[in-house]
Design a protein around this ligand. Structure first.
Ligand code: PMP
Length: 284
């Protein structure tokens, strides 16, 4: 059984409790981060905590813990759960109060919960095979840059993809791809340029995205940060997605159109390898 952390205590998972009035469940009034663990070390930890602070600030959500405390809890959960490969999930909600659309006063304490999840990240059958993607309308709210727990639409389209025999969904806004259900989206054009949507409120500013673009620059690959169309995606030489737990994940099909040779492309494979090596080496 896992040891989890909730509101100041480490407890067995079946003893962890939060209030039925928690605004995370009533309003989706909560933010989260997922940090990967490789070899028992936290991957891209600083990036995730910087984004957490930004999400909290955007929602005027008070923080229940200092930077030092959050790092200590992450490490303690890794240790107590003997976690070598997987992830630590962190969620902060605005706390429990009588149901009201107005935010509660300063006496209401935010809820902090964290738990580990074991998962094989490096050896991924999906990354070896390559993902099949369906395209769906991007019907999310327009602050996708804030990492809130409002994940219902992402969950619906992921299920839609599975029901259609595919692996994931990429979302389309005004004819252009925004991002995947839980990842950033990339194509490689005929001339070998990596294209991914530029940062705005339309997408989550992926921590993996930032590092993978750095890896691409170090490999002297050409990168363009701009929106790309559905037609460009279907005609791409290669495609892939990135996220904290999937790293770089090749795409072999988009809405029925075979991408490249219908198998993971060399650029995606190389970036996956280089990213995993460098993030492992920098783990804390
Ligand atoms: N976009 C969305 C919508 C996501 O949910 C995620 C994963 N949290 C990402 C992009 C990738 O972000 P990161 O690389 O920080 O995991």
């Amino acid at each position: 059984m896992r040891t989890v952390f909730v509101n100041g205590s480490y407890v067995p998972e079946n003893e962890a409790q939060i209030s039925i009035f928690d605004r995370g469940s009533l309003f989706g009034d909560a933010v989260y981060e997922v940090t990967s663990v490789l070899d028992g070390k936290l991957v891209e930890y600083d990036g995730h905590m910087t984004r957490l602070r930004r999400s909290l600030a955007e929602l005027k959500l008070p923080s229940p813990a200092t930077d030092d405390e959050l790092l200590e809890i992450h490490r303690e959960l890794v240790k107590r759960n003997d976690l070598t490969e997987g992830l630590i999930y962190l969620q902060i909600s605005r706390g429990a109060a009588d149901r009201d659309f107005l935010f509660p006063g300063p006496d209401v304490k935010p809820t902090l919960l964290m738990f580990p999840q074991k998962k094989s990240l490096i050896n991924s059958a999906l990354a070896a095979r390559g993902q099949k993607i369906i395209l769906v309308d991007d019907l999310r709210w327009r602050r996708c840059d804030i990492k809130t727990v409002q994940l219902l639409y992402a969950s619906i389209v992921k299920n839609q993809a599975h029901d259609a025999g595919a692996d994931d969904a990429w979302m389309v806004l005004d004819g252009e791809i925004t991002e995947g259900s839980s990842n950033n989206a990339y194509i490689v054009t005929e001339d070998g340029t990596i294209v991914t949507r530029d940062l705005s409120t339309d997408i989550l500013h992926g921590i993996t995205r930032k590092s993978v673009l750095q890896c691409a620059a170090e490999l002297q690959l050409k990168v363009e940060e701009r929106p790309f169309t559905v037609a460009e995606a279907k005609a791409a030489k290669e495609a892939f997605s990135t996220s904290a737990t999937s790293f770089v994940n090749p795409v072999i099909e988009i809405d029925g159109a075979s991408i490249g040779e219908g198998k993971p492309g060399p650029i995606a494979k190389r970036l996956r390898q280089v990213y995993i090596e460098s993030s492992k080496a920098a783990g804390i």
